[in-house]
Design a protein around this ligand. Sequence first.
Ligand code: CAA
Length: 308
Amino acid sequence: MNIDVKPGPNDTMMIEPVEVGRIGIVGAGQMGNGIAHVCALAGLPVTIVDIKAEALTKAMATMARNMDRQVNRSVISSDDRDAALARVTTAIAYDAFADADLVIEAATEKEDVKRGIYKTMMPYLKPSCLVASNTSSISITRLGAATDRPEKFIGMHFMNPVPVMKLVEVIRGIATDEPTFQSVQALARRLGKITAVSEDFPAFIVNRLLVPMINEAVYALYEGVGSVLAIDTSMRLGANHPMGPLELADFIGLDTCLSIMQVLYDGLSDSKYRPCPLLVKYVEAGWLGRKTGRGFYDYSQTPPRPTR
Ligand code: CAA
């Protein structure tokens, strides 16, 4: 018997990777403006959408300041900076994404916030538009299922500070198709980044290793093993880390560190991921690190003063 086999919709020969030209970014926070920064410097037009107009103004100022640092260190020219900044537009509504080929969502690390954004945003995107989340820990499969295009949905996890850090973790959900995967790999290369592919497990690779180390440093502080300074000095000089774990926690944001520990604890059901009660207390106090001026260090003084 002769069976006539026709290529199915998942045969990669039928679907070419989309070349990403125009980028949309959701969220003007530290990750959103860093991603916009590297995309614009790579020659891509970028639109950042945030519901808060003042966050957009702040993001543009931060981007200009960070590009100035690069000009001062001769990493880029002042012409590169001016051309890149001219490629970035901002908006407070999702209709600004009508022409985007890829939208990268870099909103707060809260699943309900991300789901709410997708629900409102999807109707404004063209059908071929890819969607990536910069989530640092939440399931890509679950987030993709909250969109109208799980096959075009993927994790693209940048590291902070984005202009400096070389890595992008790429995470496929169960439904993500090969052309979407190839498109974001090509984009990461264009941005000058190196990718590492992680399977869709809680917190992926970087944060599965990094954030439990930070949580352990908070336990060491909580149990009185050492002071803030002793713990950070130990890891900076004893393990050659560029920042100590508590300084790094303040840099990432203690709320983000806590939510990543919660995702690990809930997702892997293992007590070794129990968030340290002191970390919880700091977050409850609103001491979230650099962004609020106080965390394990007090940033109202220069140099920042350890708080314990
Ligand atoms: N934009 C542009 N350039 C920047 C920058 C920024 N935001 N921040 C720093 N730089 C540049 C500086 O201009 C400088 O450039 P050159 O190397 O060309 O001279 C370089 O970066 C080093 O900066 P500094 O001299 O000011 O300070 P430093 O040597 O102390 O380095 C650091 C700063 C790069 C942040 C370094 O301390 C470091 O690597 N820290 C660890 C960062 C880290 O671990 N990030 C990952 C966090 S985890 C994450 O992001 C995942 C998650 O989901 C939580």
